[in-house]
Design a protein around this ligand. Structure first.
Ligand SMILES: [Zn+2]
Length: 603
């Protein structure tokens, strides 16, 4: 019973259902006009009509209200909540917030954006300098008050996108869309579909032109994050673990970024959620190539016939245990049934006159029946939960698949997409942590986990570095050879540089220089050999005489570098004239150190 009963329902569908329920339960409906019996067709028709009328009325009412609002908005007179930094003054006009600190914060935000041109860097600037930003509480006990806090990228974007800061009055910038789950979602509309836009309606922090510049800049920036960016397709990329990598520092999912190295796309896994949302530094960037190959190797190793044999054996064991438990439960059911039977018989045989005994026996029988039902229930529940055993044919099929797995995985013809799919079937996720090494925690689909250590990949220069054994060989050869000769010897032995090229005197010199190895000349000098200058002074002869004596075999020397410079062994006593013998003062220790290999004499 009520006035305008059709208002009980929110819409026509609900109303018709309500009438149907009333009809089923023979409920009469009474309103200000009369009594209706929903089982009667005519009454039902009338009630339905009333429901439709009510819905139409609601619609008209809403449309009229909306129309009024829109008209007011078109004149720019509709009062809307203002963003922080703008307030209504005494005359109900929009003005800048008189709080200087709020004003300065907003001005700083716009200035920073004009300087840095991205919302991320704007948020980062505030964060790096520990600056707080005001926001207005929309609900709660603090409603309407200004609260100061750190600003994230999302809020920077909200400020930059808000036309009211440019002094424009805007209405209907978005619309609410109903989702299939009943919730509502706000969808922003492009500027040409806004219902009302009145530029220069009130004072603002930036001009309308600046607002449009910002909008264009943001749209250009957004392309860098869109799906059609040139860095490579999102789903088809070669990163094996796309979407299954978890950051070992903050626990967020890591995303994939690609870079090109010698015509190949190489993945990097990076954790940039905090960067995207708060302008905080990127958590970690981990080169992905070595991780992908380590995980691939792990999968090939894990999918061996032996591992499958083992897991099947374990499963067999579990199955045997389950069967044993099952047998016990079956026995319990049997015993409960016997007990219930004997309780029933006892009850049947009692004299009905003896009521007290009969009552207690009946209670006992009921008790036994309840126990039987429980045992049966438990038996059924557990036997359906038991796992199935593989049949022999299934076993064979499984083994052949496992045997083929490494071949398929390592086949260069297998598309990376297929490999990704296989990995997705086997791996739940991988947690990465970069330290001195990269630690991988791999979680398989079955719940098993394993941990791997992968060395950090080498830098470009580290990869091109000459291997240590070759450097040692160069050090050895330099004792007796010049740079060019060393290069020739190395090439004869088939050695190559770190970059995979043949040796030349320049590369030997570079290695010598970078590793701090002494040159052939320095080594000979250390052994006490003398320059032409020194020997001419020492023997008091001219440079030409030194040369001619060398050619005559009186002095012995060696070519000490590729330019053809000579170094001389200090002259022995026999080579000196008697007069010079008297003035000679070679330190004897120096001479003793010199070992003259006979065959290296140049005569
Ligand atoms: Zn992280």
């Amino acid at each position: 019973m009520g006035l305008e009963v059709s208002r009980l329902a929110r819409n026509s569908t609900d109303w018709h259902r309500l009438i149907e329920i009333c009809a089923l339960s023979h409920t009469l409906i009474l309103d200000e006009d009369g009594i209706y019996d929903p089982t009667e067709f005519n009454d039902r028709l009338l009630l339905g009509l009333k429901g439709t009328m009510s819905e139409a009325e609601t619609h008209l009412l809403r449309a009229r209200l909306r129309g009024g609002l829109l008209n007011k908005a078109r004149r720019g007179e509709l009062r809307c909540p203002l963003p922080v930094g703008l307030v209504y003054d005494d005359r109900d006009q929009v003005a800048l917030d008189p709080d200087k600190q709020v004003q300065q914060s907003l001005r700083l935000l716009f200035e920073t954006f004009f300087r840095t041109e991205t919302a991320h860097r704007t948020a980062k600037h505030f964060r790096d300098h520990g600056l707080l930003f005001p926001r207005r509480a929309l609900s709660g006990p603090e409603k309407g008050k200004v609260i100061w806090g750190p600003i994230g990228v999302r809020n920077v974007l909200l400020v930059l996108h808000n036309p009211r800061y440019a002094g424009a009055y805007a209405f209907g910038r978005g619309r609410w869309k109903k989702q299939t789950d009943g919730s509502k979602k706000r969808e922003l509309l492009p500027q040409d579909r806004w219902q009302v836009l009145i530029p220069d309606a009130h004072p603002g922090y930036i001009s309308w032109q600046e607002y449009e510049d910002i909008d264009q800049r943001l749209r250009q920036n957004a392309q860098a994050y869109g799906i059609d960016r040139s860095h490579g397709p999102v789903r088809e990329g070669p990163a094996l673990l796309q979407g299954r990598v978890v950051c070992g520092i903050c626990g967020n999912r890591m995303s994939v970024r690609y870079h090109r190295r010698s015509q190949q796309l190489v993945p990097d896994y990076l954790c940039n959620r905090n960067y995207m949302e708060h302008g905080a530094p990127v958590c970690q960037i981990i080169p992905g190539a070595s991780i992908d190959s380590a995980v691939g190797k792990l999968l090939v190793e894990a999918m061996t016939p032996m591992a499958i044999e083992l897991s099947l054996a374990v499963q067999h064991e579990i199955q045997a245990q389950l069967e044993e438990a099952n047998r016990l439960r079956r026995q319990q059911v049997e015993r409960a049934r016997l007990e219930a039977d004997s309780a029933r018989r006892r009850y049947m045989h009692v004299d009905p006159e003896n009521r007290l005994v009969a009552d207690s026996l009946e209670a006992e029988w009921n008790e036994k029946l309840r126990a039987l039902a429980q045992a049966q229930d438990s038996y059924e529940r557990h036997s359906t939960a038991d796992r199935k055993v593989f049949s022999e044919a299934q076993r064979k099929k499984l083994f052949s698949l496992v045997k083929d797995f490494p071949a398929i995985w390592n086949d260069p013809e297998t598309p990376q997409r297929e490999r990704k799919r296989m990995a997705a079937l086997l791996i739940e996720d991988v947690t990465l942590l970069k330290g001195e090494q990269i630690t991988l925690q791999v979680r398989f689909k079955g719940g098993a986990t394993t941990s791997l250590q992968v060395p950090l990949p080498l830098n470009a220069w580290q990869r091109r570095k000459t291997p240590e054994p070759i450097v040692a060989l160069i050090d050895e050869l330099l004792d007796h050879h010049t740079d060019r000769e060393v290069a020739e010897r190395l090439n004869e032995q088939g050695c190559v540089t770190g970059a995979g090229e043949k040796f030349c005197k320049e590369s030997v010199r570079w290695i010598r220089h970078s590793r701090g190895l002494k040159s052939y000349k320095q080594r000979l000098r250390k052994k006490g050999m003398m320059t032409p200058d020194e020997i001419s002074k020492f023997c008091r002869i001219s440079h030409d005489t030194v040369k001619s004596r060398r050619e005559k075999g009186i002095l012995t020397g060696l070519k000490c570098n590729d330019k053809g410079d000579w170094l001389y062994y200090p002259p022995s006593n026999d080579n000196l004239s008697p007069m010079k013998k008297s003035i000679k003062n070679i330190p004897s220790a120096c001479i003793n150190e010199i070992k003259i290999p006979q065959k290296e004499y140049e005569v």
